[in-house]
Ligand binder design. Structure first.
Ligand SMILES: [Ca+2]
Ligand SMILES: [Ca+2]
Length: 147
């Protein structure tokens, strides 16, 4: 088939089973609980990346889903490289929008370097070794349409 036909499929495809479409992205809210690092790896294996939240609008969507699923979830930000400087770890871009809970991020025990979203919709830095559900994101056009 021609490249044109492939592109035609790309613009009409929807998200695979167990992924939810919102805007230009598909999101997968995991049922399993993993360390932050394992979650980062699993999202890549699934064809995406640990979610990166670029806008307040995207944050509101994610936070509402987390609240609805009634459990906390890892997202793709960490300050493991420089304490206190939060980075989206797939794109290596600064966290420009965040909805931190009261007093967060507090680096409690000097050992909290990974970002989770609570059912309250607020963000927290938690220990990366904690096992928590996680959210993967994929650009539909890049992630799913070319195989
Ligand atoms: Ca920290
Ligand atoms: Ca914290």
């Amino acid at each position: 088939m021609s490249d044109f036909a492939v592109i035609g499929i790309a613009f009409t495809c929807s998200c695979p089973a167990a992924w939810i479409q919102h805007g230009d992205s598909c999101y997968h809210f995991s049922h399993d609980k993993e360390s932050w690092g394992e979650a980062f790896t699993f999202c890549k294996i699934l064809g995406g990346y640990l979610v990166e939240i670029g806008t307040e609008g995207e944050a509101k969507y994610i936070e509402n889903q987390v609240n609805m699923f009634n459990d906390k979830y890892w997202v793709g930000a960490s300050d493991v490289l420089v304490e206190g400087e939060y980075i989206w770890m797939t794109s290596m871009t600064n966290v420009s929008y965040a909805n931190w809970g009261p007093g967060q991020p507090d680096n409690s025990g000097t050992n909290e370097n990974c970002v989770e979203i609570w059912t309250s919709k607020e963000w927290n830095d938690g220990p990366c070794s904690n096992t928590v559900r996680y959210i993967c994101e994929s650009d539909m056009r890049l992630g799913f349409s070319r195989n």
